[in-house]
Design a protein around this ligand. Sequence first.
Ligand SMILES: Cc1cc2nc3c(=O)[nH]c(=O)nc-3n(C[C@H](O)[C@H](O)[C@H](O)COP(=O)(O)OP(=O)(O)OC[C@H]3O[C@@H](n4cnc5c(N)ncnc54)[C@H](O)[C@@H]3O)c2cc1C
Length: 388
Amino acid sequence: VLDRSNYHGFWPLLYQVATAGLEPESIAYPIRAILRHYPNVDFQLAEVHNINFKHKKVLTDGEAVPYDYLVLAAGSTNSFFGNDNLATYTYGLKDLDEAVKLRNRILVSFEMASRESDPAKKAALLTFVIVGGGPTGVELAGAFSELIVHVLRKDYHNLDTMQARVILIEASPNLLATFPENLQHTAYKQLEKMGIEIQLKTAVANVSNNVVTLKGGEEIAAATVIWAAGVQASPLATQLQRPLGRQGRVPVTPTLNLEDYPEVFVIGDMAYLEGYKNKQAYPMVAQVAIQMGKQAAANIVANIEQQPLQPFKYKDKGTMATIGRKAAVMDAYGIKLSGLLAWVSWLFVHLVYLIGFRNRLIVLANWAYNYFTYDRGTRLISGRKGEW
Ligand SMILES: Cc1cc2nc3c(=O)[nH]c(=O)nc-3n(C[C@H](O)[C@H](O)[C@H](O)COP(=O)(O)OP(=O)(O)OC[C@H]3O[C@@H](n4cnc5c(N)ncnc54)[C@H](O)[C@@H]3O)c2cc1C
């Protein structure tokens, strides 16, 4: 196993790190600890730069690593659709570093606002724009609102925190595009009730220092803009210099390998394979990645044993998103739920999939603490001025 990080990250809880609900360490687990019980598995901390398919070598920042079979699973990254301004002036939420950076930014904005005398600058510091109304944008908006209402309002006595605005901008006519219509509506109503300003059918044209410009020309003064509107495959996919599918993903055969190099498998967010609901590409979600991982492993074993490879068959377990305290939406196993029951199911599922007993314990303790005290323990600004 080669990875540029020495940990496995559980990204569905990343937004809670960004909103000071969880420590970064509680949603990550060392890869070596996960693999400890497999004596025939080795780990190397290495950044992969490219693959030499002909000579079967993985090119890294260290020595090249030879292979008989290769599985590429380098995930995805933010997509700014070629707009450098978006990359420069918005905050992403794709890994632990970005989550901590965003947490710092939110807390610094409140600190700066509390000492700012110019009303316009103060208003911009207290305006948080989230671009993208998918699960990440919705979950972040809800958590943001709760952080402001339940926690920061109590911390900043001299600041009119009622001025703080969370604006959620979505280009399509609905939030949570992949959810059934009634759940989309429920999520909208719930967020609205929490004071979030939702702008649907609204596209962002540009973002510069402290200003969001909408396609219609309207401008919003905001010091913090979060980009949750686009993802694309890891840059490693581009490095391979092969034709790519939508979102820069690597097209694979139904058995998850490359047509011209069948010993190479590509899985998870990086892979492009159609077959999901009416021939769409399989979505970039954890269940697809996990199930593809299992199928690729089975196919490698089958190949070694000279058995036929099996095509990938996806078992859709459904989807869920949390909005806030006792509020979530869920569409799983044919059951469509919202409210308390969906929220409890969300908590349960995320605890189960989180790796490591210690992490589960810490996350559960944090959730209980946050729930009963309406507080968030990790409101620390790390680093120095210039790093935020
Ligand atoms: C904020 C957020 C929330 C999400 N919420 C949900 C959710 O609620 N439900 C859901 O199903 N899915 C969710 N997802 C999506 C889900 O996390 C991904 O679909 C899943 O992690 C994809 O798995 P993967 O193995 O393909 O990639 P990843 O889990 O991203 O793993 C890729 C690994 O490759 C490593 N890597 C990348 N490039 C290199 C390189 N060049 N060299 C060496 N190592 C490299 C990375 O360090 C990383 O460890 C969310 C994602 C994000 C970002």
